[in-house]
Write a protein that binds this ligand. Structure first.
Ligand code: ZN
Length: 653
């Protein structure tokens, strides 16, 4: 790999843009590279769909801003212009005018007067004017959308007594459609469906009201978003001849069929074929998949990821799965709570080559699909870890000052540098492949007995299983860790995060809410108390607090002890004990420590949110035009990439 590779590409507002590498791409066959090429093109072609789904004005805003950015003849060094640039970068990052995570509308740092002047100064031909539209009507439309805080304040609203659909700025429902109407419309369909393999009602359409009647406008060829979907289909057709096997060709053809018909039964058939394909090395997601963006969780945003299996890293998860019974038999939990026969989940590790739609620029590090419950029940699911994205996060964090500020000494920093990444991914593997699947309920225990505390305790159980085994000699024997010291890196990071640094994501005065965060604090605080200053302690130096681990073996024994207790709570359905554990250790925050951590973090000027630019894929042709190779280029910057995508992959009106 290129040692000069720059992971950090851009930084603005609360965002850091990174670049990922695609190790192993060169070793793929030309045929696989061509398959990846066409799937990657298809991954970029739905970009406009997501903008329009997020808010109906997003494309016009983006195009107007880009016209200003490209053709503005005035002074580009003024505060207004600089703030304008930041705003445009944020719109690109969020695929619209609302924050990608917090959901609220961006507040422009430049004046309305500046915007108006900049628009008026442009040649009319450069503006995204619709038929019969003038500069006046464009401004009248966009000014309140961008500047009035009362207009479209939040992308997706999912709380409070108001009408969630009416209050959400997104574009999943037509004007005047109410939440009650949507619920009645889909509940009726769901209740009429007696099968135990129901389609995902509403997944691929906008629900509109015409003359008082509700009607689904389906996203398909010949329907809504047809111009973009036709391009996706054409590119998928080009991918078919390069499929690695017949089954994969069938999968791509089924997806094309679905895009052409919009039939959700066909989508299910496609999803089943897709989840059953474990043979192909190249894989992809392309479609209307996740429903987080819709207040009612019905309508899916468009997304795409293209990837190939990392064979070496996947051997790691296979080794873990193959030894699942050994891990179960040797765990520190009571024999009554162990599974007699345990099956590890086979997860694969992948390398992405392209991110698109709702996976770009902000992207997940793991994917578990398909979403339909009955398909998961009857056909299973694919669980993947995106290692080249995790690696980019890890590399970008090196040298950003974080570990210099929060880690106790050079000894721990050296451990983390040497083993931090491998033990981090290994802990995730153990958590996913074994942790959640281990253990059993006693006969007669209600699986829902732990109620609101269930997910925190479940995450704690899986984390503890992974932590306990990270330090086991078995991992060295299986060749999963380089040596018997490696686990210490993850132990230190885990305790520091759980006791201190994860607090940077919580506002002053608030408590810990999210299940994964509660779980990490629960474990770390319980250990701190049980260790009573021996295994672990918080030490002060120069007025700052640090985590110090005095005895790693004792720490491991405590992880084992807590694992046994959390498993007991789950197996017996001991609600009172589970509740006490979470409430005592997982929820409340030491106010002074929180304040200190926030102040120290603030000084580092780090961005809480990160996303990625994609590599550029080039087809290399020889003299007579035949494709000789596909090459990756890592030199494009964030602004260049966004402008190129808007120029070359924009199909919607
Ligand atoms: Zn989990």
């Amino acid at each position: 790999m290129n040692m000069d590779f720059k992971y950090v590409v851009d930084q603005f507002a609360d965002i850091q843009v990174l670049r990922y590498q695609v190790p192993g791409f060169e070793e793929l066959s030309l045929r696989q590279k061509q398959l990846l090429y066409h799937l990657s093109e298809a991954a970029l072609m739905g970009r406009d769909i997501l903008y329009d789904q997020n808010c109906r004005y997003n494309l016009r805003v983006r195009r107007t801003l880009e016209a200003i950015y490209l053709h503005y003849a005035g002074d580009r060094t003024t505060d207004d212009f600089r703030a304008f640039e930041v705003y445009l970068k944020r719109v690109w990052f969020a695929n619209g005018i609302h924050h990608h995570y917090a959901e609220d509308k961006f507040v422009p740092g430049f004046s309305e007067a500046f915007f108006e002047e900049a628009v008026r100064a442009l040649p009319v031909g450069k503006l995204p004017l619709a038929e019969g539209e003038t500069v006046e009507t464009l401004l009248a439309c966009l000014k309140p959308v961008m500047f009035d805080p009362e207009v479209l304040p939040k992308r997706t609203v999912q709380s409070g007594d108001r009408d969630w659909i009416a209050a959400s700025a997104n574009n999943y429902y037509g004007e005047g459609v109410t939440q009650a109407e949507v619920e009645a419309f889909y509940n009726q369909k769901k209740e009429a469906d007696k099968s135990d393999t129901p389609i995902s009602y509403g997944l691929n359409s906008r629900l509109e009201k015409t003359d008082g009647r509700l009607e689904e406008k389906v996203w398909k060829v010949g329907g809504l978003y047809s111009e973009a979907i036709e391009r996706i289909v054409a590119e998928l057709e080009k991918a078919v001849p390069f499929a690695e096997n017949e089954k994969q060709a069938e999968i791509i053809c089924k997806l094309i069929d679905y895009y052409q018909t919009g039939d959700l039964r066909t989508f299910d058939a496609y999803s089943i074929l897709w989840v059953e394909d474990t043979a192909s090395q190249v894989d992809f997601v392309n479609g209307f998949i996740e429903t987080y963006g819709d207040a009612l969780g019905l309508k899916a945003s468009w997304e795409s990821t293209v990837n190939f299996r990392n064979e070496e890293a996947t051997r790691r998860t296979q080794t873990i799965s193959e030894n699942a019974q050994w891990f179960e038999d040797h765990s520190p939990v009571d024999a009554r709570f162990k599974k007699k026969e345990v099956k590890g989940v086979s997860a694969k590790v992948i390398t992405v080559t392209m991110l698109g739609g709702d996976c770009y620029p902000s992207t997940p590090i793991g994917i578990n699909l398909p979403n339909a419950d009955w398909i998961r029940r009857d056909h299973g699911s694919k669980s993947v870890t995106i290692e080249n994205i995790m690696e980019a996060y890890d590399k970008a964090a090196q040298g950003n000052g974080f570990s210099e500020e929060f880690v106790w000494s050079d000894a721990e920093r050296a451990l983390i540098r040497q083993y931090g990444f491998i033990t981090d991914v290994l802990h995730t593997d153990l958590h996913e492949c074994l942790g959640h699947g281990s253990g059993q309920l006693l006969p007669g225990t209600d699986p829902d007995a732990l109620k609101a505390y269930a997910s925190t305790l479940e995450e704690a159980r899986a984390d503890l299983f992974g932590l306990y085994y990270l330090a086991d000699a078995k991992l060295v024997e299986l060749g999963l860790v380089p040596d018997a010291e490696a686990y210490k890196a993850e132990y230190y990071k885990y305790m520091m995060n759980g006791l201190m640094t994860q607090l940077v994501r919580i506002e002053p005065g608030k408590e810990v809410e999210e299940a994964h965060m509660r779980n990490r604090q629960l474990i770390a605080r319980w250990i701190l108390e049980q260790g009573a200053g021996q295994a672990v302690e918080l030490k002060q130096r120069d007025g700052k607090t640090y985590v110090v681990i005095n005895d790693y073996e004792q720490l491991r024994a405590l992880f084992g002890k807590l694992l046994a207790e959390v498993q007991r709570i789950k197996s017996e359905g001991d609600y009172a004990a589970g509740r006490a554990l979470v409430e005592k250790y997982g929820v409340k925050i030491d106010i002074n420590l929180h304040k200190e951590v926030l102040e120290r973090y603030e000084k580092l000027h780090l961005s809480p949110y990160k996303g990625f630019v994609n590599p550029v894929m080039h087809e290399e042709r020889d003299k007579d035009g035949a494709i000789r190779d596909i090459q990756l280029d890592y030199t494009e910057n964030y602004v260049e990439q966004m402008l190129r995508y808007s120029r070359d992959y924009s199909y919607l009106k």
